[in-house]
Each structure stands twice: as C-alpha cells, then as structure tokens.
Design a protein around this ligand. Structure first.
Ligand SMILES: CC(C)(COP(=O)(O)OP(=O)(O)OC[C@H]1O[C@@H](n2cnc3c(N)ncnc32)[C@H](O)[C@@H]1OP(=O)(O)O)[C@@H](O)C(=O)NCCC(=O)NCCS
Length: 331
C-alpha cells in the first residue's frame, strides 16, 4: 500500500490574450444590437480576437513559456500536457501535439479534452488524478480557445458573447499542506447537446457545400435554456461541494465562476451567499473565452490581490454537453 500519496497543487498560472480588442460598438456596425444591450444583458464590454497565427496551440504555448519561466520548471521536466479546448488547431492530431512540439516538451505525452466551458475543471481533475496517483509529476493544463473561428458574425445572440484567450496552469505535487486541490464534483447531462453545439464538421454531418451554405459550422445556442441550467447547476454544485467539506461560504476567499454572463454569475453568487467582492470577474474585458475563463479570471484575481497562496478558492463551471462542476482548492 502506498502510504505517501502525494497531494496535487497549482504551482502557477499564466495567460495569453490576443492584442486585438473588439468593443461592443464593433457589432453595432453590422448587427441590430448596441453597447447598452450587450452590457446590460451580459456584462461584456469588450473581448479579444485572434490573428491567423494565434491558434489555441500558439496561445497555449506562449502562456506555457511564461509559466515555465515563472515557476523555474524546464520544458523537459513536463511529463503530461492536457489541453482543454473545443477549437483546437486541427480536428486531428490533438492540439497537445502542437504545444508539445513548440514548447520542446520532449518527455511529455498528452491529449486534448473536450468539455467546452467546463474543460478547465475536467482537465484540472485529470491532472490531479495523475499527480495524486504518483504517475506524473509535472502536468501542464492548457485551456485555450479561438472562439472567433466558430462564431457566426451574423448571429447577434452568440457572436457578442465569446472571445479568444489562452492559459497554462502547472499542476504538481504539493510542496506543503497549505496549497492543494481539495475536492471536486464533475457532472454531465448529454440531453443538453441540442441546446449548445456546432451541428456540422463532425462525423454526424461532415463538411459539405450544403453545411457551409446553412452556416452549420458555427456555435448554435438556445440562450434561455442554457441560461436557466447554468444558474441552477452551477449554484447547486457549488453549495454541494461546500457542504460536503463542511465549509461555509464565508470561509471561501475567492469564488471563480465560469464567465458566460454577468447575470448568471450574479444569480449563482446570490444563491451561494457570496459577497461580490469575493467573486473573480474578467467577463467585462474578455467575454466568454470558454475553457479559458476560469484560469484567466483566477490569475486576474491573484494580480489584483483578491487571492493569494494558501487561500481557499472555489471554482465553478457550466458549459456545452451539458457539463458542469466545481473544484475546491487551497491556492
Ligand atoms: C444569449 C443571452 C445573452 C440572451 O439574453 P436574454 O436576456 O436571455 O435574451 P433573450 O434570449 O431572452 O432575448 C431577448 C430579446 O433580445 C434579443 N437579442 C438577442 N441578442 C441580442 C443582441 N445581441 N442585441 C440586441 N438584442 C438581442 C432577442 O432577439 C430577443 O428579442 P425578442 O424579444 O424580440 O425575441 C442569454 O440568454 C445568455 O447569456 N444565455 C446563456 C449563455 C451561456 O451561458 N452560454 C455559454 C454557456 S457556457
């Protein structure tokens, strides 16, 4: 029996945002929408859009380079790379191959993980499992999305919501008992597929002239149904993880919810009884960056002094699939 099971800790996070800013007024030129509607209904002021070379592979690599420099870990020491994305550089091979190559992580293997907006939590849990089992010691969790590559800029209900971003998180054995991933609850309900998906491009509907003409290679969303489920499931799973760990919301230093809509966050926060000062928010500046919202918002909170090493942090997500969950950790 292994009596020395290591605990897993987040050693660091870094981000990468494309330089191009799309403000809400950008959409006013081509769509029947306006800055006021977007800000009031979503909380988004602006988002980033990638240039051609800024793929998830590129953004993930750039964030990883910064992270390795920050943590003093060498690329050769990385033994696993997990990439949470729904907009990978190719259908195949995995985006992980691009990052492994460009980072020179010669001793790593890895794979992509498709869980949309819950991708970061699913990947963090996988990294934790590898570290706690003792199988791997230096795991890079990449969450990177080029949502602009699958957005229909004629659909005002979706194109205003999303943005592009990359991030890298290093998960490794905990150096002290102060910082560690404590618990997680991850869920899935496949009946939600038609509410949020890209209809064509997969094997159900391979690309054809017809699928392109029908604009089926873009994100399709039933906004209201997704909204309702997001509020309910993100709040419930957050309450559940706190209760089972006998932790009160007042003990949590920072709540980092998936950034899809400020009204979803507001409703979840209220149900949890979490004061707004404790909520990590970057939706106003970056919109919904799918898998990348939670790590970038957590890093943002650290930079603002909202959270520091050893603090109790609650992460919560909801996304396509449906997928949702929460992770409790000491940062
Ligand atoms: C998409 C979303 C912002 C729409 O906001 P909403 O308040 O629910 O708006 P509704 O869908 O009820 O639409 C209200 C009206 O605004 C209109 N509208 C939608 N998008 C608009 C836009 N960009 N500008 C102006 N009007 C818009 C609708 O057409 C509708 O008009 P109608 O009443 O004449 O039919 C919201 O439903 C949402 O955030 N859903 C969940 C998104 C999400 O979490 N996605 C990712 C999950 S990870």
């Amino acid at each position: 029996m292994n009596t020395h099971r290591p605990l897993a800790e987040i050693w660091g996070i870094e981000d990468y945002f494309p330089a191009e800013v799309l403000s809400n007024t950008y959409f006013e030129k081509t769509l029947e929408t306006n800055d006021q509607w977007i800000q009031e209904r979503t909380g988004i002021r602006e988002r980033r859009r990638s240039q051609a070379h800024e793929t998830p592979g590129f953004m993930g690599t750039e964030a990883s380079k910064k992270l390795l420099a920050k943590t003093g870990v060498k690329a050769e020491e990385i033994d696993l790379i997990l990439v949470a994305t729904i907009t990978g550089d190719y259908i195949f091979p995995a985006c992980t191959s691009v990052i492994q190559r460009d980072l020179g992580a010669v001793n790593a293997f890895g794979f992509d993980l498709s869980a949309a907006c819950s991708g970061y939590l699913y990947a963090l849990e996988t990294a934790r499992a590898y570290v706690e089992s003792g199988l791997k010691k230096r795991v890079l969790v990449i969450a990177a999305e080029k949502m602009s590559s699958i957005l229909d800029y004629q659909d005002r209900q979706t194109c205003i919501l999303f943005g592009d971003a990359g991030s890298a998180t290093l998960v490794a054995p905990a150096r002290s008992s102060e910082s560690r991933i404590i618990d997680s609850i991850l869920r899935m309900d496949g009946t939600g597929i038609p509410c949020l998906f890209m209809p064509a491009g997969g094997s159900v509907k391979p690309p054809s002239v017809e699928t392109v003409q029908n604009r089926e290679h873009f994100v399709k969303q039933e906004g209201r149904s997704v909204f309702k489920r997001a509020v309910q499931d993100m709040a419930n799973v957050s309450v559940e993880i706190l209760e089972r760990n006998k932790i009160s919301p007042s003990d949590v230093k920072c709540f980092v919810p998936h950034q899809a809509n400020i009204r979803i966050i507001e409703a979840a926060r209220e149900r949890l009884g979490m004061p707004i000062e404790k909520v990590a928010l970057n939706i106003d500046r970056y919109g919904n960056t799918t898998a990348a919202t939670i790590p970038t918002a957590l890093l943002d909170a650290e930079r603002k002094g909202q959270v520091k090493k050893g603090d109790l942090v609650l992460l919560a997500s909801f996304g396509a699939g449906f997928t949702w969950g929460s992770i409790l950790l000491r940062y």
